[in-house]
Design a protein around this ligand. Structure first.
Ligand code: AKG
Ligand code: FE2
Length: 811
């Protein structure tokens, strides 16, 4: 579209005033003042429209909700060299309830659709254009229609318009107003909410009662407490951890917190207090918030040292265990943290002195990570995670990883973020509720990358764990060694001196499954750039797709890919071995696939019977022979009614191309079935020649053999013989054959397991001929060109001995 726009959503609210652009001077003030006035006008218009519809004067305003969406949008349409080719704004209706447009004077651009015609809306000085938007169309049950409009451009003049939109609150349900529905006016539109399922946007208030103490048994009052209200949007996603974080931010934090309770709405303390101690209880809590917008949580503090629960962990304990194991002490990772990490790496560059490549590689990685972090902190953990090793594994998913008790292990949970599927044991949970539950027992899923490890993670068996460990070490760029490595236990540690990273997984229960039992996730070493674990096998498996797609890719390219993706340097022979391995496996696959061609063919015939026309022809010819009293048919020719010109246009165009190119070729008949087709270049005195065999439809250029369309040489030979080149087109191009080929429906074929076994002659893939000697890399030089100058001549330069510095070369 030929326009630019600048929009301010909700600019009316004072708290966003400071977010408006400070320039041009007074812009903020003017736009804020303008918006306030327009808001008043909007309300007035809504009131007038309400009255016009025979409704209470505040009806529409009320229906649109308490916090209407209000948005100002400046449209700028620069002069357009060819207004015929584009529009300033495409045809649309406004999704708002009302739009007020102020147009710049002197240029017409806005057009409205009226009875199928585009009618220009001329700007009138000091007048606004009012558009009815979709919401009023719905509310008025179609009495008012939202207007279709567009903006056209002007060849020489620029145009500016300022549109202000008034829309419903996000949480409002919009539908035809009841008073406007009757027998003559059935509801024209469904009830819809702008919220469109974004339940999470609903704001709820959590009233925290803290610093007080419960009295009574059962608890009936909360004495000397303080109240702090927290507004929360993501109620569907709320988990126990979030609540702990909120409590952590209250005055005394989590220090002496024994436990949390919530009060069931509508109940008293005596009978409505419910313990909040895990995600399931939080689920119950947030279910209550479906019907109310506000709920109370009571913080129960520890009175004396003995006053502790024995059966549930203290919130503080959970919080600390998470804190300790997360490298940034439970804090969100910030750009500064990452920069610090990176700078620390920069400092260590001194050890790389003299290794320019390594230094530049490290610098590149550093820069890359910094850029990445700026864009999206999450990505850092992906391809260049080594710099921030361990940062994400723990800090964002603490509730999953660190406070799983044994009881929890016995129940399965669903986590919305996890693509793997987990079964909920609570059958009452509907899908939505299940989505929210945060804790989970996690089976390792090999198809998810960057999963990280955590205590309690389950692997199918030891071998899956070892593979995961290897992948993890490649991702995080460290090398590891085994302390124990057998069928029941695998203990590995970081190979770098002094680094404490360690993991232990062992067999659990009766099956072969492996569970992580101990995990120290922090590294104190630097990411490595040479990793022995990146073997040719690893390269082959990680880059199989790339190599299969581009088998001619050079080893150096693959090496660059390895460096880019795995961040390690490998030597070229390793890469060559990997490449060979992949190519060999592709060839083996070929052999296997060719082997089953016969079986595939049999299966095709079985699932698609009667599609071979031989039988039909046989039947027809037998009848014919009987009718004509022919004994064996010798000496008879059957002429079919094949239409010569019955070829598709694409094939005829190819033939035409051959005709054009055929003109330069001359033909000699050698007396047999061959024609020699030649061309003499008199300038260079070169004779180029091909042999065409019309009977076998071949030419030594191989073009005819491959395509079935006579090549220019064949074309010349046909003309020489007085024939029609069309007669030499392959039969497969004939329209009737084409139609025959697609006449039948192709029935689906069963899987290879069900194909009939066929042990007759094996079909083998075509042998790829390798040319003798080294592949020629250089162009053949013309006689007069002389030899190639391979070295720069140092003519005129006086050579000096490198030892004694005397002129005249080595002395
Ligand atoms: O530029 C105009 O006059 C039309 C603006 C408009 O329709 C819009 O912003 O939705
Ligand atoms: Fe519009």
């Amino acid at each position: 579209m030929w326009s630019e726009c600048l929009a301010h959503p909700r600019h009316l609210l004072d708290d966003v005033f400071h977010l408006l652009p400070p320039n041009p001077p007074q812009y903020r003030e003017v736009i804020a003042e303008y918006s306030k006035e327009i808001y008043v006008l909007m309300k007035r218009l809504l009131s007038l429209i309400s009255q016009g519809l025979g409704l209470e004067q505040n009806c529409l305003e009320t229906k649109l909700g308490k916090t209407p969406t209000f948005r100002a949008q400046g449209n700028y349409y620069p002069p357009c060299p060819d207004p015929e080719l584009t529009l300033g704004l495409n045809v649309h209706t406004d999704i708002s309830a009302l739009t007020i447009v102020r147009q710049s004077e002197g240029v017409t651009g806005l057009q409205v659709l009226q009875n199928g015609n585009w009618v220009p809306v001329e700007p009138i000085p000091d007048a606004f254009v009012i558009n009815i938007g979709d919401q009023i169309q719905v509310l008025s049950n179609g009495r008012f229609r939202s207007v279709h409009h567009r903006a056209v451009t002007n060849r020489t003049r620029k145009r500016v318009s300022l549109a202000t939109f008034y829309g419903p609150s996000k949480d409002t349900i919009i539908g035809p107003i009841r008073d406007l529905i009757d027998e003559q006016h059935p509801p024209l539109l469904r009830f819809v909410s702008l919220d469109l399922g974004e339940k999470r946007q609903r704001k709820v208030k959590i009233r925290f009662h803290h610093c007080g103490s419960f009295e009574g048994n059962p608890k009936s009052t909360y004495l000397d407490g303080k109240v702090q209200v927290v507004e929360y949007y993501d109620i569907e996603e709320l988990c126990y951890w979030d609540l702990l974080l909120m409590v952590h931010q209250l005055k005394h934090g989590l220090n002496n917190v024994k436990c949390l309770y919530f009060l069931e709405p509508g109940k008293s303390l005596e009978d409505g207090l419910k313990l909040l101690f895990d995600d399931n209880s939080v689920l119950e809590f947030s279910n209550c918030l479906k019907s109310v917008d506000e709920i109370s949580i009571y913080v129960d503090h520890i009175g004396d040292e003995n006053d502790k629960f024995t059966n549930i962990p203290l919130p503080k304990a959970l919080f600390e265990s998470i804190d300790e194991s997360s490298n940034k002490h439970g804090k969100e990772i910030t750009m500064d943290d990452i920069e610090d990490d990176l700078d620390m790496h920069d400092m260590n560059f001194s050890s790389d002195e003299g290794n320019d490549e390594l230094v530049s590689a490290r610098e590149q990685v550093t820069k890359y990570v910094k850029d990445l972090v700026r864009l999206n902190i999450d990505d850092v953990d992906g391809s260049f995670s080594s710099q921030t090793r361990g940062t994400k594994d723990h800090s964002v998913e603490p509730s999953r990883t660190h406070h799983m008790t044994d009881d929890e292990h016995d129940s399965d949970y669903i986590d919305s973020d996890d693509p793997g599927s987990y079964i909920t044991t609570n059958d009452d949970l509907d899908a939505d509720d299940a989505r929210r539950v945060q804790s989970r027992r996690l089976s390792y899923n090999p198809s998810i990358s960057n999963q990280g490890f955590f205590v309690g993670q389950i692997f199918r068996d030891a071998s899956q764990f070892r593979t995961a460990l290897n992948d993890h070490s490649l991702e995080k760029r460290f090398s590891y060694k085994y302390k124990k490595n057998d069928a029941s236990r695998v203990r590995a540690y970081c190979a770098a001196n002094g680094c404490q990273w360690e993991i232990l997984a062992s067999i659990h229960g009766n099956d072969n499954s492996f569970w992580i039992k101990t995990y120290i996730s922090e590294h104190s070493c630097l990411p490595i750039i040479h990793n022995k674990r990146v073997t040719s096998n690893v390269i082959a498996s990680k880059f199989k797709d790339e190599i299969s797609r581009m088998p001619y890719m050079k080893a150096t390219h693959i090496r660059a890919l390895v460096r880019q993706k795995l961040g390690v340097m490998v030597n070229i022979s390793k890469v060559r071995r990997a490449k060979l391995q992949v190519i060999k496996s592709i060839q083996e696959k070929y052999i296997e696939e060719f082997k089953i061609l016969r079986e595939y063919c049999d299966e095709l015939c079985e699932t698609n019977p009667g599609q071979d026309d031989t039988d039909n022809w046989k039947w027809f010819l037998e009848l014919l022979m009987n009718d004509l009293d022919i004994v064996d048919g010798t000496g008879l020719t059957i002429i079919s009614d094949m239409q010569k010109n019955d070829y598709g246009p694409r094939i005829l165009a190819k033939l035409e191309k051959s005709r054009v190119l055929a003109s330069k070729w001359e033909v000699d008949w050698n007396g047999g079935i061959y024609h020699e087709v030649f061309y003499v270049n008199t300038v260079d005195n070169i004779r180029e020649s091909y042999t065409v065999c019309l009977r076998n439809s071949t030419c030594t250029c191989q073009g005819w053999d491959i395509s079935g369309v006579p090549c220019p040489h064949a074309f010349s030979a046909v003309i020489y013989e007085g024939g029609d080149p069309k007669d030499y087109l392959d039969d497969c191009y004939r329209r009737d054959n084409y139609l025959k080929a697609y006449k039948h429906m192709l029935h689906p074929v069963k899987g290879p397991m069900f194909w009939p076994k066929n042990n007759t002659e094996l079909i083998v893939p075509p042998i790829r001929k390798k040319k003798l000697g080294r592949p020629q890399k250089e162009r053949m030089r013309e006689e007069l060109e002389g030899p190639k100058k391979s070295k720069l001549f140092r003519v005129g330069r006086i050579m000096k001995c490198s030892i004694c510095r005397l002129e005249g070369g080595k002395t």
